[in-house]
Design a protein. Structure first.
Length: 443
């Protein structure tokens, strides 16, 4: 009897332990399942956001390309724009189809984007066949207006998502997502444009890393580079300088100067001892300077750093001025050789300098404009208002350089810069300035 009780007791004990182990396994499994589900939901939200960003980028590019197409001459440049419009429209439709958007919104927008793609193909085939584009001009403008409205609507959602104020997954668990505007003014437009105006047109136009301007210049030692950095900012009250060594990819000394008001970071060229990059970190005070004074400060500092350049572009934003300077030779602006200077508007201190383009490109080059300037009005669309014309040496995407005329124009409230080959009048590039929350942009 006692043996039977002992066996029954052991049986209950084994059963209890088994139940306890089963409960623990079930709990662990539940925890892992919930964690996996949370990760899956987060991944889904990231996918939605990525598709939304891509849609915003595609629409932004379509808008700008259509605005260029309105004033582009018929020929190779127009067909290139149409190729871009076609590919961007298809990419936008694909991104849109991957979003859990309200059916009516999605159907109308997707149908329109398909029409844009079909139109681009039709227009391009007509141009290739030698037909005139006059019959397509009105449709281009109508499509531009429509894309601009759609882009404005979607860019609000893009901005909210970039600020973590939009959870597409949570919204769509209750009802389909609808593109909407924020209740208050959006402080940051998250669509990434290629070039900010304070970077200036052509600021990234370089394909090589050989510092042509420094060929033949004498080498400087690390100690000499430190002396250059210590004396570069007289009002900074430099106290000490330290070295981070040489740059891995470029012939530069990387230095940090500590002063009473902050720190300054220098890149000094090993050959010639030129300041190639400079960043100063310090708090800003109340704005006291205007455009003329800021340009003068930028030009003076660039000259003391050994760069003979003139201001060619200006933007003030957030208590600082961004001044682009370039050499001007025989009336030709050398955009290939830009020097960018950042100026504090409280007292005119220089907070930054970037002269890499200058050091890479500045050598003797021909600047003779063979075509007569008087021909420019006949080479651009007659609907454009021509404001000014000047010579310009510009970089191309393939790393080459082209001597052009720069024609600053307007059309229906839109500002354009049209670059025409200075020897044969061919349209080389069209750029547009676009106002945004980030300032004026160049595309």
């Amino acid at each position: 009897m006692e043996q039977r009780k002992e066996k029954r007791s052991k049986g209950w004990l084994i059963t209890a332990i088994s139940l306890m182990l089963f409960s623990m396994c079930l709990g662990v499994s539940l925890v892992f399942s919930l964690a996996h589900n949370a990760r899956a939901q987060q991944a889904l939200e990231r996918t939605y956001e990525q598709n939304l960003y891509e849609l915003g980028d595609n629409l932004s590019n379509i808008e700008v390309n259509l605005s260029k197409l309105m004033v582009a001459p018929e020929g190779r440049f127009a067909t290139t724009l149409l190729t871009d419009v076609y590919s961007e429209a298809l990419a936008a439709e694909k991104a849109l189809s991957s979003l859990p958007v309200d059916w009516h919104d999605s159907e109308n927008a997707a149908g329109f984007l398909n029409q844009v793609a079909d139109f681009a193909v039709s227009y391009q085939q007509a141009l290739i066949a030698g037909k005139t584009g006059n019959n397509y001009a009105e449709t281009v403008e109508n499509m531009y207006v429509t894309v601009r409205g759609l882009n404005a609507q979607i860019s609000d959602s893009v901005a909210l998502a970039s600020q973590n104020k939009l959870d597409i997954r949570r919204i769509t668990s209750q009802k389909p997502f609808v593109f909407r505007s924020s209740e208050s003014k959006v402080a940051h437009n998250s669509i990434e444009y290629p070039e900010l105006i304070y970077d200036g047109p052509f600021s990234d136009g370089r394909a090589k890393e050989h510092y042509c301007h420094l060929d033949g210049a004498e080498s400087v030692s690390l100690e000499e580079a430190k002396e250059i950095a210590m004396s570069a900012l007289p009002d900074f009250n430099a106290k000490s300088v330290s070295s981070a060594g040489k740059s891995e990819n470029e012939p530069l000394y990387e230095l940090t100067v500590s002063g009473e008001r902050g720190e300054a970071y220098f890149s000094i060229s090993e050959h010639g001892g030129k300041i190639v990059n400079l960043t100063v970190s310090r708090p800003l005070g109340a704005i006291m300077l205007g455009e003329t004074s800021a340009k003068a400060c930028a030009k003076d500092f660039a000259a003391r750093a050994g760069y003979d350049v003139e201001p060619v572009w200006y933007l003030a934003n957030g208590g600082v001025a961004y001044v682009n300077l370039a050499p001007i030779e025989n009336g030709v602006v050398l955009y290939t050789d830009l020097v960018k200077v950042k100026v504090a508007l409280d007292n005119g201190d220089v907070l930054g300098l970037e002269a890499k383009n200058y050091c890479l490109n500045h050598t003797e080059r021909p600047t003779e404009l063979k075509m007569n300037k008087a021909a420019i009005p006949t080479l651009i669309d007659s609907r454009l208002k021509l404001n000014s014309v000047r010579g310009a040496l510009i970089p191309l995407e393939n790393g080459a350089q082209r001597l052009c005329y720069e024609a600053a124009c307007e059309y229906k409230g839109l500002d354009y810069f049209i670059y025409l080959d200075a020897s044969n009048g061919e349209t080389v590039k069209i750029m547009r300035t676009v106002d945004s929350e980030q300032g004026s942009l160049v595309m």
